[in-house]
Design a binder for this molecule. Structure first.
Ligand SMILES: O=C(CO)[C@@H](O)[C@H](O)COP(=O)(O)O
Ligand SMILES: [Co+2]
Length: 230
């Protein structure tokens, strides 16, 4: 995985057909997805449960590109190796999930994955100031984590702007997660984000039997994000 600051669309399979993950991953990649975003939830750090490393390993052969694993679990450190072994390219852990986020980032890189750090909406940009030499991605949650289909929290756009200024020229992606659609994508792209996670706005209207709407949805988010009008 090389660093490239162009806009990347990362559909979240939280909005996919859970009985058909392999085919769904293949369908979104065929329809233009850049990364595949995989939401892992434990019913403890967030009030919802999804799946773990075994499911990630099962879908890995169905993803040609980047598997972007978003861990909404606490504790996180005991599970990093399992997700790296499952084939995650990027592993993102939350600042709020434990007291030793610095060690967590070291462990992710030590396991051979790119290290991502996520910030809940109430967590300031300054929380990652002393991590910038050891992360590959900062994920700004633009909803409270746990569920797809929630409303974008507009106050987070300013946080993206602050992070872009803090990051400067470092090869660090800024990822946006939650409520991304063609109306919100230009706001965050203009503020400096380059990876846009979208679940409901990508999977809406399509299926593995009729995947063309996935492509149209991905294109409209990308076109909106790359337009300069905001
Ligand atoms: O991590 C999460 C939610 O906790 C996300 O990745 C969601 O899956 C995004 O879904 P939409 O807001 O795009 O529907
Ligand atoms: Co996510």
């Amino acid at each position: 995985m090389t660093f490239n600051r162009s806009i990347k669309i990362a559909p979240s399979i939280l909005s996919a057909d859970f009985a058909n993950f392999g085919a769904e991953c293949e369908a979104i990649e065929a329809q233009g997805a850049d990364w595949v975003h995989v939401d892992v939830m434990d019913g403890h750090f967030v009030p919802n449960i999804t799946f773990g490393p075994a499911t990630c390993a099962a879908i890995r052969p169905h993803i040609k590109g980047v598997m972007d694993v978003h861990l909404m679990i606490a504790p996180v450190d005991p599970y990093i190796e399992a997700f790296a072994n499952a084939g995650a390219d990027v592993i993102t852990a939350h600042v709020e999930a434990g007291p030793h986020i610095h060690r967590t980032m070291q462990a992710i890189r030590g396991a051979g994955a790119k290290a991502g750090v996520a910030l809940n909406p109430a967590t300031p940009a300054s929380a990652v100031e002393y991590l910038l030499d050891m992360v590959d991605l900062v994920c700004v949650m633009t909803v409270n984590p746990g569920f797809g289909g929630q409303k974008f929290i507009h106050s987070q756009v300013e946080k993206v702007r602050q992070l872009r200024a803090m990051i400067g020229d470092r090869p660090i992606h800024i990822e946006i997660d939650g409520g991304v659609d063609p109306t919100t994508a230009p706001l965050v792209a203009n503020a400096g984000a380059d990876v846009l996670v979208a679940g409901s706005a990508v999977f809406r209207g399509g299926s593995v039997l009729d995947p063309a709407p996935y492509g149209a949805n991905i294109r409209s988010i990308r076109e909106a994000a790359t337009s300069i009008e905001v």
